[in-house]
Design a protein. Structure first.
Lengths: 141, 93
């Protein structure tokens, strides 16, 4: 992974390289990913490792990411009794899964958030307490 | 690659444009009369349509004007484009 050119590369056991990725600027459910984003990603990879320009591209795919208005997750209660949300992780979330699971379990068991996830409430969009962590990962998200 | 029909410049590649999100969200006439929830609804809450979606685009590398597009968010097919202030009939949300 490179923060300067924003590309991720990892090699599978078979030897193929898995390369990623960016997000489309517009919302969609096509599971395709736009060509300009694919091009940007490949440009970044080739800038980082010029020898990869000789590889053949086998396939590409895209998933759907749920991005909240402040690009931070929503973990907590909802206006409905017994309904809790743990969502809005966007392109992040994998590394935070154990921690978010832990505070989410605490939230459900006690019907109130753990101090760690209290700021990540659904209400923050109406109270104005948005979370300013968009740049925390140091890569463009 | 989306091919977006700008109402002024015609069909161009999506790389000339920037995206402005859901269209036809009217700024409240008197924000001071709104509750915090109503204001948050105006600022943040969007339909997130799966299907025909009316949205704003900006022709950043062209005429530099905003306009609206109806795009199917599943097929990525662009159905119509029209100038800001117009409201064509149709199924778009």
């Amino acid at each position: 992974m490179s923060n300067a050119v924003h590309a991720y590369i990892s090699q599978t056991d078979k030897g193929e390289l898995i390369i990623g990725a960016g997000i489309d600027t517009y919302n969609g459910y096509s599971h395709k990913g736009s060509f300009p984003v694919i091009e940007d990603t490949l440009e970044a990879v080739v800038e980082l490792s010029p020898m990869f320009s000789r590889l053949r591209m086998l396939r590409s795919w895209a998933g759907i990411v749920d991005i909240s208005p402040d690009a931070c997750p929503i973990v907590g209660k909802t206006p409905l009794d017994g309904l809790y949300v743990n969502c809005g992780w966007g392109t992040g979330g994998f590394k935070a899964t154990p921690g978010s699971g832990w505070v989410f379990a605490h939230t459900i068991a006690n019907d109130q958030p753990h101090p760690l996830n209290e700021p990540f409430s659904l209400e923050r969009f109406s109270t104005g307490h948005l979370i300013d962590e968009h740049g925390a990962a140091a890569v463009a998200h | 690659m989306l091919s977006i029909p700008c109402p002024w410049c015609g069909q161009r590649d999506e790389t000339e444009f920037s995206y402005g999100g859901e269209a036809h969200i009217r700024r409240p006439d008197d924000p001071f009369t709104l509750s915090d929830e109503q204001w948050a609804d105006y600022l943040f809450m969007r339909k997130n349509t799966m299907g025909r979606h009316r949205e704003q685009w900006f022709h950043a590398a062209g005429c530099r004007r905003w306009f609206n597009v109806e795009r199917d968010t599943v097929t990525q097919r662009i159905l119509i484009s029209y100038k800001t202030g117009e409201m064509p009939q149709g199924n778009g949300a």
